[in-house]
Design a protein around this ligand. Structure first.
Ligand code: FAD
Length: 432
């Protein structure tokens, strides 16, 4: 039997048919488009069995499959190590070309290089497009070509460089020509080795009211004052171009946060070593205390600092934590408890629905004072004054710590002033 002649489109972190740049280009090819998704066993093997992100991927793949079915197409879903899967795909199809959208994480870069080399060897073109960010690689750099390592000048040039063209939508849901095929059976979560969790996913629709008031509400964890788009940006269930268009008309502060996202993606691209080392190597000598028991109390939300504990409980229960509280708990772990930021980063990576290596690493190194444009080491958040400022009526704390004023709630793990002095002395020693 002759093999079907196709253009393959590889979905990764771009789960949408509309305004999908790589998909749009795939549809411009002569051969019909067969979409592919690979459940990468290198990644799956590292995840806990009740990982809500796998459930989210599963849910979104099901939605996409249904949408593509309406055009007579279907997603070819595979499980395995990417190179092994591609070896199989070239046996199953006569592949005219392969399209995808770029992924900037070190693992993805290595994987894509391997697949690119493999396909090139077989005479197949593997083409990737920018879709996950507005600007990538060297598109926003200093005059001398060096990457920016400070946010403000980066964001100024980002805004100056932006034209309407950067935000044009790709009509990837129109003028499509899908490869016609039978409906596919998506493997169940159970078959993939996962269980479903009771975590709820935020809506995919942008709440324009929230964005309009964002500058006023974004720091208050007790209200719905932020957009909750992070999960959708992570998996590409919404388009960054669409969000930037809204941000430009609705709220400048919101736009600035989307630029932080591009900034951290650029940092990861230019400095992939930040994944496991301090961006600022002068902090390499910090003597972390790394006390296991204290770390466990932090993870469980039992430090005796209500705002920290509320944040950790929110994370454990919902897979989300408000940004202001992320900053507070990260500062507390690294500065009050002197636990290596890599421990906190790994815990967040396991729990956050919106886990994104670039932003998580950027956020943790910012809090620890070791990163690009970081909070200086001597600025140590006082959890009590942070509470006064951002959770004055204790709405957030009371929601997550019902036992707050009872015997059950623990005493503070360490007194704030003593922790502050210990932190200052430790960082100073490292820098001397
Ligand atoms: P909004 O406030 O509505 O912001 C809109 C979007 O802008 C977000 O969805 C996000 O994509 C982007 N954004 C906002 N703040 C930041 C920021 N500081 N850095 C980069 N992008 C930002 N964000 C992640 O997406 N994934 C992570 O793994 C992650 N880890 C973090 C770890 C720490 C220690 C800290 C301090 C921050 C981290 N952030 C991370 C950034 C930020 O906390 C989340 O993006 C935000 O809380 C998500 O909620 P939202 O969608 O309602 O955000």
């Amino acid at each position: 039997m002759s093999k079907p002649q196709v253009t393959l489109f590889w979905f990764r972190r771009d789960f949408r048919l509309e305004d999908n740049r790589g998909l749009y280009h795939a549809h411009q090819e002569e051969s019909p488009v067969r979409p592919v998704f690979i459940f990468d066993s290198n990644i799956l093997e590292e995840l806990p069995k009740k990982d809500a992100r796998v459930q989210f991927i599963h849910q979104e793949l099901t939605r996409l499959e249904n949408e593509i079915n309406q055009h007579g197409g279907s997603i070819d879903i595979r499980v395995g190590k990417p190179l092994e899967v591609w070896k199989k795909l070239i046996e199953d199809y006569e592949i005219k070309s392969v399209w995808t959208n770029r992924d900037y994480e070190p693992y993805a870069r290595e994987r894509d290089k391997e697949i690119y080399d493999f396909l090139e060897d077989k005479g197949i073109n593997f083409k990737a497009k920018k879709d996950h960010v507005i600007f990538e690689k060297d598109e926003v750099v200093k005059d001398n070509g060096d990457p920016y390592v400070v946010y403000t000048p980066y964001s100024k040039l980002w805004k100056k460089t932006l034209t309407g063209g950067h935000l044009s939508s790709f009509k990837s849901e129109e003028e499509t020509h899908w490869h016609k095929t039978e409906k596919n059976k998506i493997p169940s979560l159970k078959a993939l080795g996962f269980e479903s969790s009771d975590i709820e996913f935020p809506a995919r629709e942008l709440d324009e009211n929230v964005v309009s008031n964002y500058d006023e509400t974004r720091d208050i964890p007790g209200i719905k004052g932020t957009s909750r788009m992070s999960l959708h940006l992570r998996f590409g269930t919404v388009s960054i171009r669409e969000l930037v268009k809204h941000a430009k008309t609705l709220n400048e502060k919101y736009l600035n946060e989307l630029i932080w996202r591009d900034f951290y993606q650029a940092i990861l691209w230019h400095f992939p070593q930040v994944v496991d080392t301090n961006f600022n190597r002068k902090y390499d000598e910090v003597q972390w205390r790394n006390n296991d028991e204290e770390f466990e109390k932090w993870t469980k939300g039992k430090t005796g600092y209500p705002i920290v504990d509320a944040g950790m409980r929110e994370l454990n229960k919902t897979g989300f934590m408000h940004n202001r509280v992320r900053m507070i708990v990260a500062s507390f772990l690294t500065k009050h408890l002197l636990i290596d930021w890599r421990w906190g980063e790994a815990y967040f990576a396991e729990k956050l629905l919106d886990y994104e290596l670039a932003s998580n690493n950027g956020g943790w190194q910012w809090a620890a004072g070791t990163g690009v444009d970081a909070q200086p080491y001597f600025r140590i958040f006082n959890p009590y004054s942070q509470t006064e400022k951002f959770d004055k009526d204790r709405k957030y704390i009371n929601k997550w710590i019902p036992e707050l004023n009872t015997q059950e709630y623990p005493d503070p793990i360490i007194e704030h002033k003593a922790a502050r002095e210990r932190c200052l002395a430790t960082y100073k020693r490292a820098l001397s």
